[in-house]
Design a protein around this ligand. Sequence first.
Ligand SMILES: [Zn+2]
Length: 160
Amino acid sequence: MIAVTSGRAKTILGQFSAEGEGSFRFSTVYFHDPTWPVEEALNVIRHEYAHYMDHELYGGTGHGSTWKKCCAGIGAVPQRCYSSRVAKLLQGKHKEETRLSVQCGGYRPGDRIKHPSFGDGVIEEIRGESVHRLAVLRFGKAGTKTLSLAWVHKNCRKSP
Ligand SMILES: [Zn+2]
């Protein structure tokens, strides 16, 4: 059994130890912080998981070529340390998604919009959640179309 534990370490976000049967440790300081981007948390988990894979498959330790190969296989950013540049990038992406999600929340069935090529349309239904919401729209000539609400927000004008 591989143990997964957590601690309140501020300097170590995550750690894989190959000792014994192997164990993972993650810092609750970050993992319990609601402002910490989910994308970054996933990257930390993948980074540590790549260490485990590397150890199991290639007997590797550290951040060498076999570890990088494991990173590529599971989508971890193949960087030695969790860099502040990547962290900023993910933070920015997260902020943008949050902003867009809030804006998408401003649409209701019955709202009217003007599509650049289909013209005037009415929102009949909104499906899904956050930035993945879809709007079912009814247009005069074009009929019913299902479009990403985030796309509608960026590309269509809201009619009064
Ligand atoms: Zn590492």
